[in-house]
Design a protein around this ligand. Sequence first.
Ligand SMILES: CC(C)(COP(=O)(O)OP(=O)(O)OC[C@H]1O[C@@H](n2cnc3c(N)ncnc32)[C@H](O)[C@@H]1OP(=O)(O)O)[C@@H](O)C(=O)NCCC(=O)NCCS
Length: 231
Amino acid sequence: MIDCSVWWATPLPNESRYLDLLDPLERGRHEAYRNEIDKRRFLTGRTLAKTLAAERLGRVPGSIEFDATCADCGKPHGPPRVPGASLALSISHSGDRIGVALTDGIPVGLDVETANRRAEDSLIEYALNATEFAALKDLPQEERARTFFTYWTRKEALMKATGRGLKIPLHSITLSGPGEPARLVASADGALDPARTRLADLDPGDGYRAAVAVLAEDEIKVTEHWWSPES
Ligand SMILES: CC(C)(COP(=O)(O)OP(=O)(O)OC[C@H]1O[C@@H](n2cnc3c(N)ncnc32)[C@H](O)[C@@H]1OP(=O)(O)O)[C@@H](O)C(=O)NCCC(=O)NCCS
């Protein structure tokens, strides 16, 4: 059984006690966001990820430095890793939710999305293949959106677990129906083998959908927690 813990937080303020945890590359990314709330989401993801990594490794958060080099372009916006540590993590943010998922080094992907908004037809076509589309096309508008974001977060969690993210075509994988336990049924991409992927839906609260994926044959045990800086 593989343990996977997921921690949820709401956006922290842009204050120096958190900003001081960022290294120069992270400072640059923080400054480049134009909207205050985007800065706060980024800062919260990094603060939470560093705090959790530090707890696991018996270190202080300020000593954790991520290598987030993008495999495609070399910029520091790829999946974060702690060099030399047997720890894997994934960060996701949407609306007022910021999440971090951790394992003892088994590849993990997390995705959270606000789900109380319209799911545009173009987005549905981009994300779902014909089999999946058939499962939601006749649903009333609201349920259709909720169902779509269930699919979307499951797919994006899987893509993020591979480290390639949306470079993998979303149509190349088929998931179980939205009312069934989350599962990868088929994959045309070599990075995702149904026999070696585990998927679980999460509960980040009303108006959100979230899922976590772990690339492993063994079953996973997922625990969810809420985090606040005082806790
Ligand atoms: C990563 C990606 C899935 C983000 O999706 P999103 O819903 O907008 O954002 P989320 O909040 O869920 O995830 C953001 C986090 O994903 C992580 N991430 C970035 N690239 C990743 C990747 N290839 N695989 C897994 N995780 C990745 C980062 O930790 C990021 O958090 P950060 O802001 O602290 O750096 C999407 O942007 C992607 O697939 N990018 C890779 C391909 C690409 O287009 N690259 C850009 C040019 S090279």
